[in-house]
Design a protein around this ligand. Sequence first.
Ligand SMILES: Cc1ncc(COP(=O)(O)O)c(C=O)c1O
Length: 373
Amino acid sequence: MTDTRLTPLAASLPSTIPFVAPERIEAERGTAFAARLGANELSFGPSPKAITAMTDALSGIWKYGVPENEPLRTELATHLNIAAEAVTIGEGIDGLLGILVRLYVGAGDAVVTSDGSYPTFNYHVAGAGGVLHKVPYKDDFEDPKALIAKASEVGAKLVYLSNPNNPMGSVHNAQTVQSMIDAVPEGCLLVLDEAYAEFAPDGTTPQIDTSDKRVIRFRTFSKAYGLAGARIGYGISHPEIISGFDKTRNHFGVNRVAQAGALAALHDHDYLSEILEKVDQSRARIAKIAQNNGLIPLPSATNFVTIDCGRDGDFARALLAALSARGVFVRMPGAAPLDRCIRISVGLPLELDILSECLPLALQDARDHIDKT
Ligand SMILES: Cc1ncc(COP(=O)(O)O)c(C=O)c1O
């Protein structure tokens, strides 16, 4: 029975856990995955300097973190060559998206995204009672023109673009994104999710202009910096938009170990360069493994490779299950026609050896399964 104390909106929402954790699948299987290649994490791990900084910070864990996230906020601003007032730090992009939606979306407000794009944003919109309008991908790319046209048509408060894109790995160049910013309709804000920006080729991210109130950008320490479990990311925008976050954010939400780790990671440029090299190699190897099995790897500007399995969503889901049964954790896009693909995150050489061994067998399992049904 529904708890009558819930708001009507909360009562109308399903209680779901949209991301099934690999740990939960492992508990159900009774064994650990041999290759964890599904959550777009960085299995190479964070900078050793970040690990040292976090280890050192542990003995001070009895203290609250600094609510303004200093000195990280100022150092990030210096790194980006902008004012500290143009940066807000929070519990990963996911947490920041929640605050943003709470600030801008009320019951019945229109919001626009792409059908099949990063889903966490959508959960926040549902939680605020917003009305989500979805635009199809165009040839596996999010479609900036269609997103803007839809935002104009429905009078959207927010329009979301993940660039580089999860789940397809595709990317628009800076010019295209800047044209999108320039076309944002009056009364709307472009939410530019740049979680994978560090992996993308030069020329992907438009110049940061914090005098522009039409866009807010989000970046994270979860991907290229290998700190997904620490939960720390940041938003960049006009200081007026950024100061809005202080209205409702959880001021002690970012823990001090994460603050210390992010600061050290930010300063370790050599390690980041090494990581980008490893990610490049890993992406190339995943692509090769896919090709060796008659599958089509899509070009990637991220730390994963999306692989077109050449059939429909049922086949890709069967392949995912077969890989999982053989000890390889991967994920896949949730909406058609993107769900003809599986998405494989970069991994350690040993994990890719296992993928290489398991993929042909899993493909046969999936074909057998589909033929039987
Ligand atoms: C596009 C995109 N945005 C945000 C996130 C989550 O970032 P964070 O760990 O900073 O919450 C992810 C993680 O997969 C992502 O793919």
